[in-house]
Design a protein around this ligand. Structure first.
Ligand SMILES: [Zn+2]
Ligand SMILES: [Zn+2]
Length: 136
């Protein structure tokens, strides 16, 4: 019998290891994006570099995406099952000015942009700032 976590990892061609299962489960139970530091806080005795490598593997396989929300710490959140982090998969993020938490607005795709000739679109970081429902 395989657990839900193993299935999610294998779906993205990631071999499930104990470390990967734990990091996935931490991200899965959060409703917000987490920084490397916040993930590290969930462990007693794990090297930051081990967590970082795990996150890198996840990101390379489109299991998670990273968000630069302007706070100085890159944050990570799970991707949808069919995400390949292409421009069409990108969505807007919301940073709460009060609690500092960053949320995925998965129903809000990044708007299409008509760039000047010769410029090609690869990625965008759209961060909306305001007050989240928990803080109002
Ligand atoms: Zn908030
Ligand atoms: Zn997101």
């Amino acid at each position: 019998m395989k657990g839900k976590t193993d299935k999610k990892l294998e779906q993205k061609n990631i071999k499930p290891t104990a470390m990967r299962q734990l990091v996935y489960e931490i991200l899965e139970k959060q409703k917000k994006a987490l920084s490397l530091y916040e993930i590290e806080q969930q462990f007693d005795n794990v090297e930051r570099s081990t967590i970082f490598r795990t996150l890198k593997t996840f990101q390379d396989n489109y299991l998670i995406h990273s968000i630069d929300d302007g706070t100085g710490a890159v944050k990570y959140a799970l991707c949808d099952d069919d995400c390949t982090c292409k421009p069409d998969d990108l969505h807007i993020h919301f940073l709460c000015n009060k609690c500092g938490q960053t949320h995925c607005m998965k129903d809000m795709p990044v708007p299409k942009m008509d760039l000047a000739e010769g410029f090609s679109f690869e990625n965008a970081n759209f961060v909306v700032k305001g007050i989240c429902p928990n803080c109002r």
